[in-house]
Design a binder for this molecule. Structure first.
Ligand code: OXD
Ligand code: MN
Length: 599
């Protein structure tokens, strides 16, 4: 490909010398043909200038700086409001690498297709070079990325969600290691929208979208899909997990937890313990709300870092009641996307924030709106992009280069009847089975049949960058390496319902009561009873002081019905059949044990 002398000169003046990087920028610029290239240096001055420019073009709207300092509002195209799993591909030379749960495209075919859409896509636009680090810049577990994007919104969001700037560029110049990402908004045509991952080439390509999950390439694309592949090759794990620390008697123990979407991960990560617990000195510290990179440390224990630097949270339902720490996190330096814009005072609103919707507002389409119109003002997937350091309970270990030691891994789903409030896997391999068989049932709130089970192993179904059969084997292998230092594995279900369909467990801060038992078990202090599906607490070991829950109700929350679990085992068998010979024998053996135990 011909080189573009003007851009190459620019790279020279910026001291960008790494050959792969120079070629990547040069080739991308020649293909997309931007008018201008700007290097994102992460400085305050540059961020300010970007904000002003984005406001001038209407891409951002400056909110009330007295109430919401450094906060801005953005609206996406109406056809571009969520991740698009159907248009998300893992591209490899051989199909077998991606397994039965991913969309696949052959590498050269995908590149040819993408090149057609990138051709001239940045004409008249600016291409931003965004050097970013997933994880603290000084951590040996962190990884570098370069995103080339023609969206100033992407540049500003990446500067919140990741560590962006010259220190990352310096790292790349010495390590020569980075993941390439190319994003062009093009004309936001959903028929030509592609989110493609090339784990064998360390490359991510996104075109025809401006929505966060599709274009903030550090998040799902790199930190989960590419990173899970890298972890498989390099002996670590990239997981869709929150990380939290529980402080008790001055000691902090860390838990990582995986839940499918809409199961309250951000709420759990920032939980405020019940009053009695606070009096007893308990505190919860948030290390991360979405992604954990797990490495085995020099002492043989499992350590977690959060590769992100911010929260890309769902706004609707976030309130002072459901998650005060998340709401407080959004009160400065935040970009709000597709929420309601209150025209009376230039603030924002969304369903579930409070009971006072604005009287004179614009809904997420940009149309005049007030709370009495009977329509939703904010898109259900409207978001806030907030700096993690805003969070009142952010962990002091948030920047720790070696991460935090994990005592327990928790899996969970939304099950109306099957799964009890909590149980512990008998050992690591059983825990892998528990994670691999994770599922959520559809609720009446969503269109379609109620109670349909969607299996979502380790909450990674849309995010695993390779064959999930191999992914399960990788989990088994990690357990062998960890040996008796492996964290204990648990399953929770906050969503059991009574016969009228009401949730029995209060959830939110009261989930602390279950985490408390988990930590006691993980540190060998609490008792348990053996049930057909694993270890369970004695009812008296779950503290229900101050709760309006009887001992009988608690017993029913903890109960395991063998007939229901026999059906569950059949469902698991059907799901496992997808993986054929790629399913590790250890998981087959666990299924046989379950079948025997629930006979
Ligand atoms: C998700 C998210 O979709 O975190 O899981 O945005
Ligand atoms: Mn997520």
């Amino acid at each position: 490909m011909a080189t573009n002398k003007v851009f190459l000169k620019f790279l020279e003046t910026q001291k960008i010398c790494d050959e792969t990087l120079v070629n990547f920028i040069d080739e991308s610029a020649n293909l997309c043909q931007p008018d201008k290239i700007v290097l994102v240096d992460g400085s305050k001055e540059q961020i300010e200038a970007f904000r002003a420019e984005a406001c001038a073009t209407g891409e951002l709207y400056k909110l009330n700086q007295e109430i919401l300092p450094d906060c801005y509002y953005h609206k996406t195209a109406v056809n571009d409001v969520a991740r698009v799993e159907g248009r998300t591909f893992i591209c490899t030379k051989e199909k077998s690498v991606v397994g039965p749960t991913n969309n696949w495209m052959e590498t050269s075919e995908a590149l040819a297709l993408l090149n057609k859409h990138y051709d001239g896509a940045m004409k008249g636009r600016t291409m931003y070079i965004i050097p970013y680090s997933m994880g603290p810049v000084t951590s040996p577990y962190s990884k570098n990325g370069i995103e080339l994007s023609d969206s100033i919104y992407v540049a500003l969001n990446m500067a919140i969600m990741t560590r962006v700037g010259m220190s990352v560029l310096k790292n790349i110049e010495t390590s020569h290691e980075f993941v390439k990402g190319l994003h062009a908004k093009a004309d936001i045509n959903e028929e030509n929208r592609y989110i493609c991952h090339f784990p064998e080439e360390n490359l991510i390509c996104s075109v025809n979208s401006g929505y966060g999950g599709n274009v903030l390439l550090g998040k799902k694309c790199f930190a989960l899909r590419i990173a899970s592949y890298l972890g498989w090759k390099e002996g670590w794990m990239a997981e869709h997990m929150l990380i939290l620390g529980i402080e008790k008697d001055g000691v902090i123990r860390y838990v990582s937890a995986a839940f499918p979407s809409a199961c309250g991960k951000t709420n759990l990560a920032m939980l405020i313990p019940p009053e009695g617990y606070i009096k007893d000195g308990y505190k919860v510290w948030c290390v991360g709300d979405d992604i954990a990179w797990l490495n085995i440390g020099a002492d043989g224990q499992l350590y977690a870092i959060n590769p992100e630097n911010g929260f890309f949270g769902v706004a609707p339902g976030t309130s002072m009641k459901s998650n005060p720490n998340a709401l407080i996190s959004t009160q400065k330096g935040t970009i709000f996307t597709n929420v309601v814009l209150n025209k009376d005072n230039d603030t924002v609103w969304w369903e579930g924030l409070d009971k006072n919707p604005p009287k004179n507002a614009l809904d997420w389409y940009g149309n005049p709106w007030n709370g009495e119109m009977g329509t939703k003002g904010a898109h259900p997937n409207s978001r806030f992009t907030a700096p993690a350091t805003n969070c009142p309970c952010v962990s002091s270990e948030f920047e720790a280069p070696m991460g935090v030691p994990i005592s327990a891994i928790v899996f969970g789903g939304r099950r109306a009847k099957t799964a009890p409030l909590v149980y512990q896997a008998r050992d690591w391999n059983h825990g892998v089975f528990v994670g691999a068989t994770m599922a959520s049932e559809t609720t009446a709130a969503a269109a379609g049949a109620v109670g349909v089970i969607r299996r979502d192993p380790m909450a990674m179904l849309p995010f695993c960058g390779y064959n999930m059969g191999e992914y399960f084997s990788h989990w088994v292998e990690m357990g062998k390496k960890l040996g008796d230092k492996a964290p204990k594995i648990f399953n929770v279900n906050w969503f059991k319902t009574d016969d009228e369909g009401n949730f029995i467990w209060p959830g939110f801060g009261d989930n602390m009561r279950v985490l408390d038992w988990i930590i006691e078990r993980a540190t060998g202090k609490a008792d348990a009873i053996e049930s057909p599906i694993g270890f369970q607490p004695k009812a008296e070991d779950i503290n229900i002081d101050g709760l309006d829950i009887s001992m009988d109700t608690l017993e029913s929350l903890l109960s395991v019905d063998k007939a229901t679990w026999a059906e569950e085992a059949n469902g698991i068998e059907e799901f496992f059949a997808k993986f054929g010979d790629d399913l590790p024998s250890e998981l087959r053996a666990e299924l046989e044990t379950l079948k025997k135990n629930v006979q």
